[in-house]
Design a protein around this ligand. Sequence first.
Ligand code: CA
Length: 489
Amino acid sequence: MAAGLVQASELQKPNMIWIMTEDIAPDLECYGMAGVKTPNLNKMAKEGMLFTRAYCANPICSPSRSSMMVGAHQTTFNAQHHRSNRDTPLPAPYKPITSYLRDAGYTCILGSDLVMKQGRKIDCNFKYKDTGPYDGVKNFGIFDKLDTFTPADQPFFNQIQTVVTHRGDWWNGVRAASKHPVPLDAIKLPPFMADTPEIRYDWATYLDTIEYMDDEVGQIMQRLKDQGLDKNTIVVFVGDNGRCNLRGKGYLQEPGIHVPMIVWGPGIKAGTVVDELVCMTDISATILKLAGAHMPDYLDGHPVFGVENPQYREYVRSARDIWDEIDECSRSITTKKFSYIKNHMPEVPWNTTQAYLELNRPALHVMRRLKAEGKLSDAEMTFFLDEKPSEELYDLNKDPNQMVNLAANPEYAETLKKMRALEKQWQAENNDMGLADLGNRHPEEGLGAVLVREAVKEKAPDVWARLEAGELMETQSWKKKYGTKKKGK
Ligand SMILES: [Ca+2]
C-alpha cells in the first residue's frame, strides 16, 4: 500500500475518550434525578446519544472493569472475584483491548491531569502494569502514557477514571466547598431507603460529588475544543458499577448494575435516546470496531454506536462473586421487561457484616437501628431479610424499584421459565468459572477494612457510635489514626 494512503486512513481514525465514573447509577439530571445539576453531561446527551438501559456485567469495580478492559464477561476468564489473580497473566487468547488498539496505531493514554487523583485507576483481575509494552507473558503494560492527550498522540484512546463519586474522605469537603450544595429537601429517595436527615444528607452529598464530576467532564470537553480535537474525538461516559448505597454496588438489583451511558462525537446522531439493552462489554467491541482494530472471536459484545447497524441485546447477563471477606454467588438476566436473579448462596443475606459496607454506608446503620425499633416499612425491610430468596423475578415496567418478587407468583410461571432458560442458554454458550469454583472458594482474610473496624470499636467507641448514628465520617483516615497497620508491612 502506498504510504500516502496509509496516512490518510490513519488520519480518519477517531480519537476516543472513555470516561469511567465510580459507583453511580443513572443519577444525573439528564436521567431525571431530583436535586442534582449536571449541565455538562446534559449538554453531551443533548448533542449525542443517551442510553437508558446500559448495564454492567458485575456490580463491583474490579470484575466490572476487567470485563470492560477485555471485552468479555469476567466469569469466562476467571476475573469474577474482586481483587483476585493480580499475579496471573490473562489466559490466552484474551488480551486487553488496548493491545489491539496499539496494533491499529493508537496511542493509549491513562488518566487526566484535569480530574481528582489523576484518574488512573485500572483495577483489573489479571496481571497488568499501568504503562509499558504488553505481550501477556513477560510484559504487562496496558497504556503508553499518562494524564494528557495532545494532537501529536492522534489517533489516541484515553481512559479516564473519575474517582470523586467513590466514597472517600473528600465527600464532606466536596459538599462544604460546593457553591450550590444539593438541598436536603430537593432530593427524592427510593422507597427502599428510610427517610431520615442522616440518609438525606448522605444522598445529597453523593449528588454533590456527581456535580463535581460533571464539572471535571466539562473541563475535559473544553480541552478537546481548545486543542481543536473536538471534531475528531468520540467521548463515551459511563459508570463502572452502580450506586454506592443499599441495593446498589455489590448487588444485582438495578441500582447495582444499571449505569449511565452517554456517547458524543463525530458520527453520533445528536439528541438520540436509545432504550435498547446494552452491556459495558459492547463499548469495548464498539471501540475496537471504530478504531479499525482486530476484533477477536471471544468478544462478548457488538458495536452499539457510530456504526450503520448497531446490534443491541435481547438480554444482559450479570454476575456477583466474592467481594472482600464475603463469599457470594448470584447471577442475573435483565431483559427489556424483566429482571431475573438466581441467588446460588441464599443463606448469605444482603445485609452482611462486610467491613467495607459498615464503614461506608450511613444508611445501613440508621436502618439497622430502625429495624430493631420495628420502624421500617415493608419496602424498607427488603434489604434486611435474614436470607435472600433463591430466585427473584421483577417486572421492571410495573415495578422499577423491584419491590415485588414475582418468582413464586403463578401468573408469572411462564416468564420465570423463559428467564431461567436464558440463563441456561448463556451457560451453554459461555464459561462460568465462578459457578465452577462455588463451594470451594477463599474470601479475603485479614483485610484492612476489618482491622480498622475492630480497632475503632475497641479504641474509640465514641467515634464508632457516631458512625452507627449515621454520620458521614472520614473513615479512610482511621487506618492511620487507630494504628491498624499489620506488623511487618
Ligand atoms: Ca467502582
